[in-house]
Design a protein around this ligand. Sequence first.
Ligand SMILES: *[C@@H]1O[C@H](CO)[C@@H](O)[C@H](O)[C@H]1NC(C)=O
Ligand SMILES: *[C@@H]1O[C@H](CO)[C@@H](O)[C@H](O)[C@H]1NC(C)=O
Ligand SMILES: *[C@@H]1O[C@H](CO)[C@@H](O)[C@H](O)[C@H]1NC(C)=O
Ligand SMILES: *[C@@H]1O[C@H](CO)[C@@H](O)[C@H](O)[C@H]1NC(C)=O
Ligand SMILES: *[C@@H]1O[C@H](CO)[C@@H](O)[C@H](O)[C@H]1NC(C)=O
Ligand SMILES: *[C@@H]1O[C@H](CO)[C@@H](O)[C@H](O)[C@H]1NC(C)=O
Ligand SMILES: *[C@@H]1O[C@H](CO)[C@@H](O)[C@H](O)[C@H]1NC(C)=O
Ligand SMILES: *[C@@H]1O[C@H](CO)[C@@H](O)[C@H](O)[C@H]1NC(C)=O
Length: 494
Amino acid sequence: MHPISLLYTALLLLVTTTTAATFPAINLDTATHRPTSTNTTVSGLTITLYNNIRFAQPPTGPRRFRKPQTPPPHQSGIQDGRHRLFSSDCVSTAPASVPFPELNGTTWGQEDCLFLNVWVPEGVRPGDGVPVVHWLYGSAMGLYGWASSTHEDMDANVGLHDGLAALRWTRKYISRFGGNPDDITAMGESAGAAMITLMLVAEEGKIFLPFQKAFISSPAMLPRRNVTTRRENVYKQVLKSANCTSLDCLRHTSPRTLAAANKHLLSDMPSGSGGGTFGPGIGLGPFPDGEYITDASMVLFRHGKFNPQVRAVIVGNTADEGLATTPDIRSPAEFAKLVRMALPGANDSSVQTIREMYPYPDSWIDRVAQDWTTDSTHACNARAIARAYAEKAQRYVFSVPPATHFLDINYFFFKDNTSTPVVNVSLAHQFQSELLSFLHQPAGKGSAKWPLYGDTAKTANVTANGLPTTKDPWATRPKCEKILRIIEDTATGA
Ligand SMILES: *[C@@H]1O[C@H](CO)[C@@H](O)[C@H](O)[C@H]1NC(C)=O
Ligand SMILES: *[C@@H]1O[C@H](CO)[C@@H](O)[C@H](O)[C@H]1NC(C)=O
Ligand SMILES: *[C@@H]1O[C@H](CO)[C@@H](O)[C@H](O)[C@H]1NC(C)=O
Ligand SMILES: *[C@@H]1O[C@H](CO)[C@@H](O)[C@H](O)[C@H]1NC(C)=O
Ligand SMILES: *[C@@H]1O[C@H](CO)[C@@H](O)[C@H](O)[C@H]1NC(C)=O
Ligand SMILES: *[C@@H]1O[C@H](CO)[C@@H](O)[C@H](O)[C@H]1NC(C)=O
Ligand SMILES: *[C@@H]1O[C@H](CO)[C@@H](O)[C@H](O)[C@H]1NC(C)=O
Ligand SMILES: *[C@@H]1O[C@H](CO)[C@@H](O)[C@H](O)[C@H]1NC(C)=O
């Protein structure tokens, strides 16, 4: 997985080239790139990869904990992206507990990681203006993107600004590859989806968005409103883990020490966040900084403070997001503690209100905790986005058992049943055709077949047997409304 990937899609019908594809070198002002490798997909389409394109200055040394600086450095000669072919990932740690079998418990990546990749199908030429997908990857986010203090000369939410810089690069340069800068879909899952969600409410919806459509899958983010104090505590833990007492020390410490500190924070320290982020306290993830992001996205969407420029949105979540992503909870007291990790000021009656949203006995308290994670960290974010964009939005709930976080990925990106196992191949193809139809709607009317969300809160229910339309359960059950009411009271400390 590379840090930011651009999957570049062409309308398959337009692709008529029968001769061997040739892909030109592309001048990107600060560098010229030629293809790194060319492959054929399972459906027989030839696709080339322009790998490891820098979109900003390396965020190292004095640029640590700063918004990305552009333009990227000048590189002479023709770049083929092979250098660092498999090593341009950002510094990443997957804690032992995360449900990713091959990644959990490992650390990899490098600090100099502001690269993106462009995939171009054969036959696409500059001027063709084909639709573009810009994929924002999701994963455990570390100190590089999210540590900051209001008392220090450092920027907040650097990771979010990195993501935006990548999208701005796409808007500026994708036409040189044959893409349409006015037809870009930002697509992401989990943390990547949370980044897109935050872009929609950045400056309360007033920024110029470098994309026109959004595909938001399982946005993973707790409803945080004011973490001013808790953010300082995280920063102090970052200093301590790096054996530093000042920002200057953090900026001068070796990449190896910083990576070790990051691993320690994400892997060894108990996460206090209750889902959605890893690391101590509120965890290392995006948060309202009072300027760029002024409040919890759920609250901003509810009050109309979101970006109107978006032409179409698909937003989905799995039915049981919390199933493998919630800590083991064994008693009502532990459940209350979990709730207060997110809402430290929640009084007993609010905790009780939350407990009563889930009609299970105390012997099923783990199930209650999982459902709370599903709602507070994912589904109510998805509902808030769909409700806000209403006539521009389409929604899905992924219900194929066990309907855990990330399970839907295999359906959008289905290749074969070994690398992307699914229960029903024709369902995966149907899901992919919905996605393609969304990407190819030039007027931004959304996917051709799924209903618009509208006032009636229609959703596609993705089941093993097909995709019937139903009513969004997070619109009919009052859970998201109750959660919103509770967090809107500043006393809960969300
Ligand atoms: C192209 O195929 C080769 C061989 O299967 C593989 O190693 C490489 O990762 C592929 N490259 C891309 C960009 O998919
Ligand atoms: C990854 O998770 C599995 C299943 O929970 C666990 O058995 C294994 O020890 C973990 N791997 C590492 C390296 O922590
Ligand atoms: C956030 O909390 C801090 C400290 O608890 C407080 O000083 C500040 O006024 C709060 N900000 C807002 C916008 O409520
Ligand atoms: C910080 O210092 C302690 C004690 O010397 C050491 O064990 C630890 O590895 C150091 N941390 C880092 C990130 O280098
Ligand atoms: C795909 O593989 C999984 C196991 O890896 C299996 O359960 C499933 O039935 C397979 N799906 C199809 C459509 O063959
Ligand atoms: C697989 O999904 C398709 C819808 O894409 C549905 O028509 C078919 O009945 C499903 N197969 C089974 C065995 O449920
Ligand atoms: C989706 O379909 C599954 C399987 O039929 C069902 O259990 C679930 O209740 C449905 N969800 C919604 C929101 O209708
Ligand atoms: C508990 O908190 C809720 C929501 O923050 C508030 O409406 C309610 O008045 C509080 N109850 C008591 C007894 O303080």
